[in-house]
Design a protein around this ligand. Structure first.
Ligand code: AMP
Length: 588
């Protein structure tokens, strides 16, 4: 397939932010795409080469790209740098420069999607001392044969600056329309995506095997399954109302969710946002295979930091010490953990997600042996408010956050938040009833003691309908010096020159971040605001929701995907809830 077709589509996609228009451009592109390249096209659209969990990074530095442009075009480095400075985007700058150049250049051969993809893949795989030269050779050979438009997009992919703002849902809508005639079939694709986390594979399946292939789509060992999530309830009473008269209560431990894929000694570990986290947990890799009584298995557990002397659970932040590249062995001994299993999703070649909770718990206890390091999450079947309260008491005393309540007869719903699992936290840590998980979209440089850090952050909710991140507040309190440093380390690499099109904000930040990080905040109230964009126009025309007195709780939720952040819907429920309370107070 000619790369020019893809470059043209990229060009059109860059010009719009509207989901419907993006979908239409994608449908037209997919219809022109041969089936054997569709997976590659789907990855490239998202600026990737493979699904995220494989962790393949292109990692080409700007300097190297500039040298490669210079080498392939004969234009001096200085001139390229000047143009780059003017436009702020090297991809764009290169197309302007090469435009001037091609008037005298004779193009050698058309480049194909396959060639671009394979070359990028080789670049991503290169390492070692000679890798810079090799990378440069590969890049300049591609640029040699590329038109200015093609070159600009090749560079954007290489540098990680292709930001079309296309979410998975939009890609799935387009795939459903292109290959089954209607968007209605998105749900079936969603299921395949939920159990594989690989959109390229989903695209290839629907293109080559149609809907039938999608319906037969099975769990693949070592491909992470998108996690099931829980709704929140505020009281034991509300839990009983929603759950009926008998259900399971489990401790809600405050650690990191880990999905384990094991076959013999081979182990893969994925975080809640499906990132590969093996390097942080060498102890899990080493010890857990001994506890498994099955040929292969997929399990879910909460890894929790513990006090080795008392066995007490420690808060999530303790695990952050393990998020380092070097001296991980030291961190492993300094911050010991236990692995607390709560679900089984696959065993001996068969899916377990269709089994009921009760059957899964039995299977878990059958196939995993307990010891000092590997535990089953404490669970009790409860029938009334008293029993929930008693178990809650035990859970809080052990150092956990509260309870997870789970329906006994329900399957595991990969990738969805629903009422089959509920979370009930003990303390209502603020006047709103619960903390909020918000997406960091922008930053403001700090002053005084905070110079050199981002002193204030701009935060957003997740709008599920539009697939965007509308602003909700600025937050500048609750930060310790340590957390400011830590946030800077995490956020600095996410700075983007252009505001990602999924960010909706009228407020101008000093820097925009790629929407990738979730932090926890509390606040005193939700108010209407003419500036912020969350749930805009829903309560009142031209007003969005904003948080009053927001405060960072200290929890950087690195394990959460931005699509798991608090949604507009949740904010609206909280807003309406507080209005009712205020109203009742006035009546009294
Ligand atoms: P939240 O982060 O408040 O939405 O709560 C969901 C998270 O709680 C999950 O992603 C898990 O990391 C964690 N968790 C702790 N205990 C359990 C449990 N028993 N079952 C499921 N998830 C749990």
């Amino acid at each position: 397939m000619e790369f020019a077709i893809l470059a043209e589509s990229f060009n059109k996609m860059e010009a719009t932010r509207k989901r419907l228009e993006l979908t239409q451009i994608l449908v037209e592109l997919f219809e022109k795409t041969p089936h054997d390249v569709i997976s590659k096209i789907v990855y490239l659209i998202q600026g990737k080469l493979r699904p995220d969990f494989e962790g393949i990074e292109l990692g080409v530095a700007e300097k190297l790209a500039i040298r490669a442009i210079s080498k392939s075009s004969g234009i001096p480095i200085k001139k390229i740098e000047d143009e780059y400075r003017k436009s702020g985007d090297l991809g764009h700058a290169s197309s302007i420069i090469l435009e001037q150049k091609t008037q005298t250049t004779f193009l050698v051969e058309d480049i194909t999607v396959e060639r671009v993809y394979e070359t990028l893949f080789k670049i991503a795989k290169l390492g070692g001392s000679r890798s810079q030269d090799m990378k440069m050779k590969y890049i300049s050979s591609l640029l040699n044969d590329a038109t200015p438009l093609e070159a600009s997009f090749i560079l954007k992919i290489l540098l990680g600056t292709l930001r079309l703002g296309i979410a998975e849902n939009t890609v799935m809508d387009a795939l459903a329309i292109a290959f089954s005639g209607t968007k209605e079939n998105r749900k079936k694709l969603q299921h395949a995506y939920n159990v594989s986390s690989d959109l390229g594979k989903v695209a290839e399946t629907i293109a080559t095997k149609g809907l039938e292939g999608i319906e037969k789509f099975e769990i693949i060992l070592f491909n992470p399954i998108r996690p099931m999530l829980a709704d929140r309830v505020k009281s034991e009473e509300e839990a009983i109302e929603k759950m009926g008269n008998e259900f399971a209560a489990e401790y809600k431990l405050d650690g990191e969710r880990v999905q384990l894929h094991i076959e013999g000694d081979k182990v893969a570990l994925f975080s809640r946002s499906l990132e590969n986290i093996e390097s942080y947990y060498p102890d899990i890799i080493e010890k857990i295979p001994k506890n498994i009584q099955a040929d292969n298995i997929i399990l879910e557990a909460e890894a929790v930091a513990i006090n080795e002397n008392t066995g007490e659970f420690l808060p999530f932040q303790e695990l952050m010490h393990r998020r380092r590249k070097y001296k991980i062995e030291k961190a492993v001994t300094e911050y010991p953990i236990t692995v607390n299993f709560f679900d089984i999703l696959y065993c001996n070649g068969k899916s377990c997600v269709e089994l009921s909770y009760k059957e899964r718990r039995e299977a878990l206890e059958k196939h995993v042996k307990e010891d000092e390091f590997a535990k089953y999450i404490p669970m009790s079947i409860v029938k009334n408010e008293n029993e929930i309260e008693d178990f809650m008491e035990n859970s809080i005393n052990a150092g956990s956050e509260g309870l997870m309540l789970k329906m006994l007869d329900k399957p595991y719903q990969a990738g969805s938040r629903g009422s089959h699992w509920l979370k009930l936290k003990r303390e209502y840590r603020n006047e709103l009833g619960d903390s909020l998980d918000l997406v960091v979209i922008g930053g403001f440089f700090g002053k005084g003691r905070r110079t050199g850090n981002y002193g204030t952050l701009l935060l957003a909710t997740y709008d599920e309908d539009e697939d965007t991140f509308p602003s909700i507040c600025k937050v500048g309190t609750g930060f310790s010096d340590e957390s400011l440093d830590q946030l800077y380390q995490i956020l600095h690499p996410k700075v983007s020159i252009k505001k990602n099109p999924r960010i909706i904000s009228e407020m101008e930040a000093d820097v925009w971040f790629e929407p990738e990080l979730v932090i926890e905040v509390v606040a005193s109230e939700i108010t209407l605001s003419p500036i912020h964009k969350a749930a805009k126009d829903v309560i009142r025309k031209d007003a969005g929701l904003a948080l009053r007195f927001p405060k960072f709780t200290g929890k950087i939720r690195v394990e959460k995907a931005v699509e798991d952040a608090s949604t507009n819907e949740e904010l609206l429920t909280l807003y309406k809830g507080q209005k009712k309370v205020a109203h009742e107070k006035n009546l009294m």
